[in-house]
Write a protein of this length. Sequence first.
Length: 310
Amino acid sequence: MGEVLVGTASWTDKTLLESGWYPPEVRTPEERLRHYASRFPLVEIDSTYYAMPAEETARLWALRTPPRFTFDAKAFSLLTGHPTRPGALPKDLRAAVPAGTKKNLYVKDLDPAVVEQVWERFVSALLPVWEAGKFGAVLFQFPRWFPIGKRNKFYILECKRRAEPLRISVEFRNRTWMSEENREETLDFLRSYAIPYVCVDMPQGHPCSIPPVVAATADLEIVRFHGRSDSWTSRDIYERFGYRYSREELEEWAPKVCELAGQTSSTHVLMNNCYRDFAQTNAAQLADLLKEMPACPVRPPPPGDTDPYG
């Protein structure tokens, strides 16, 4: 039975800062991370999707957290096939953006040597966290236009290779991967290469909806909760993710998480309903439910703290 780590996707969202979850005296980035890490053993770095991380920032993340704290990180948007702002590239690489590119660019728009630089810098920037023994996985969340197929399987393996020594996890938004006819093929593929499949709880009935399949494909497993908002297709991220889970909804998931823990060395559970303190509240509730489950080892409090979920 592996440990279960519960946390949230982000600790710096502007609506979280406005919600009052942080005490008034906690004001600086360092104080916020230390405060967060005294309550949860895991966090997902969301900012790395929108912009390339800085190595010095990653070094500070490692220094400001307890010894057994763990970071997952979202892969940079360019590397997952999502549209990327030219301004999100490092300054010295922006000159390689094709003339006339105004809003978004994709890997196909850039010289392979530039893409290689993006890969190298992305991985290198996160190495201080990995070297400190505090890194979990890079989340590759692929877009809805990334269907199952040989070419895309090869790309997943390319991501695995290029991200080394960091490990990757995979979340799909194209339902062909987890359709009834393709589900076992997808899971067998991921198991063959020990790539963690990211289980999801999300709104159903949309073109990009992935069913809440619970399956372990590696010694690490990840579950992400996106909420069940009726406004899932909204362009406003707070309408999409502004959903607070009920206790009953979390109770449905607690035994499933424990089932995963029985098949892995470590299970990461991340609340991505990042609006105000919804994610933090639900993460604490789910952690309490898991602690009540027989033989479901939730990671203990960081040293010197009596309760990481208080």
